[in-house]
Design a protein around this ligand. Structure first.
Ligand code: ASP
Length: 342
């Protein structure tokens, strides 16, 4: 074979390889869902067996709800919504029912959801009386021409949409109320833990945002996040959780990710979108992208935890805290629920 022909064949092979590469790696044909229930957990010493069992059961129930959707052929966005609704309905997490109070003792909830196939997204911020903000965020995405609605307008839209609206008292939990009183008494700086109880209990008002990411059988990614926001926040404060590209992002070409941590840090570097950009434009892996952003946040003096997956079924769940309530289940796999470095 002449040098010229050999050269032409190798060029053709290179072009073919480049074409396959540009379409991305083959996607997984198996579904996967991963969740978090907030970064920052009670120390092992302060964790009672009952409370730990409660957290593990709630995380497992959320995974089961998402798994049921995916195993029944449902899409990733429905799985994300289903899993988050379970955590919103639990008093254990800082979302929905168990939301933290703002500085005036009022609940103002934030949530967002995003589809990786279309980049469609919906979000609600500073919304009151909506039992499941993640569902309202999805309605904004699907039934309005907008991406984000806030405050009274979001509540009015929720009523029009027929989502569950509850009395403010629904969101009362003694634990979160006591935590707010401690914060106000101690005049603790926003975003910082109050002095801990003698049993080294982690400030229950500060942590517990929830999130989910899913990959369905069609290879589509979705992500969502829901929170009561940081305890003691100024009325009207919006964190990262309802902001697309900060607390939540999903793009089939890169990843689906939900984050937890003090929003004032994550917003400023567009944390989850930066992860996506690193993968798309720098070609880094899922794990490298999530850890790079974690490093950036830590250099700023903040902390972050994420659950992230890609279309190939890779999973990354780094966090800056002493632990993060989290879990995942793959098609045909075991349910995995984790709290500490375990
Ligand atoms: N990201 C949430 C916020 O800043 C809080 C959290 O995840 O702990 O509102």
């Amino acid at each position: 074979m002449s040098h010229v022909i050999r050269f032409l064949i190798s060029m053709a092979a290179l072009v073919a390889f480049a074409t396959v590469e540009s379409e991305g790696q083959p996607m997984s044909d198996e579904f996967l869902i991963a969740i978090h229930g907030g970064g920052g957990v009670r120390s092992r010493a302060a964790m009672t067996p009952e409370l730990e069992a409660g957290y593990r059961a709630a995380l497992r129930a959320a995974l089961e709800a998402g798994h049921d959707v995916l195993s029944g052929g449902g899409n990733s966005i429905s799985a994300v919504e289903a899993a988050i609704r379970v955590m919103e309905d639990s008093p254990l997490f800082n979302a929905g029912k168990g939301s933290s109070y703002n500085a005036e003792g009022v609940h103002e909830l934030d949530a967002s959801i995003m589809e990786g196939a279309t980049l469609d997204a919906g979000a609600v911020a500073v919304v009151q009386r909506v039992k499941n903000p993640i569902t309202l965020a999805r309605r904004v995405m699907e039934n309005s021409p907008h991406v984000m609605l806030a405050g009274d307008g979001a509540l009015e839209f929720g009523k029009e949409q027929g989502v569950d609206i509850v009395a403010p008292h629904y969101f009362f939990t003694q634990r979160k109320w006591d935590s707010l009183q401690r914060r106000l008494d101690q005049q603790t700086e926003f975003g910082k833990p109050t002095s801990r109880d003698s049993d080294d209990q982690l400030d229950p008002g500060l942590y517990g945002t929830v999130g989910a990411v899913a990959l369905d059988k069609n290879g589509n990614l979705a992500a969502g996040t829901s929170t009561g926001g940081r305890e003691g926040k100024h009325p009207g404060r919006v964190g990262d959780s309802p902001i697309i590209g900060a607390g939540t992002y999903a793009k089939n070409a890169t990843l689906a990710v939900s984050s937890t941590g003090l929003g004032e840090y994550v917003i400023r570097i567009g944390g989850t979108k930066t992860m996506s950009d690193l993968m798309e434009y720098r070609g880094v892996s899922l794990d490298e992208a999530t850890n790079a952003v974690k490093d950036m946040i830590e250099e700023m003096g903040g902390s972050i935890g994420v659950v992230a997956i890609d279309r190939q079924g890779n999973l990354s769940m780094p966090y800056s805290f002493n632990g993060m309530y989290r879990g995942y289940v793959r098609q045909g796999g075991d349910y995995v629920v984790l709290i500490y470095d375990e």
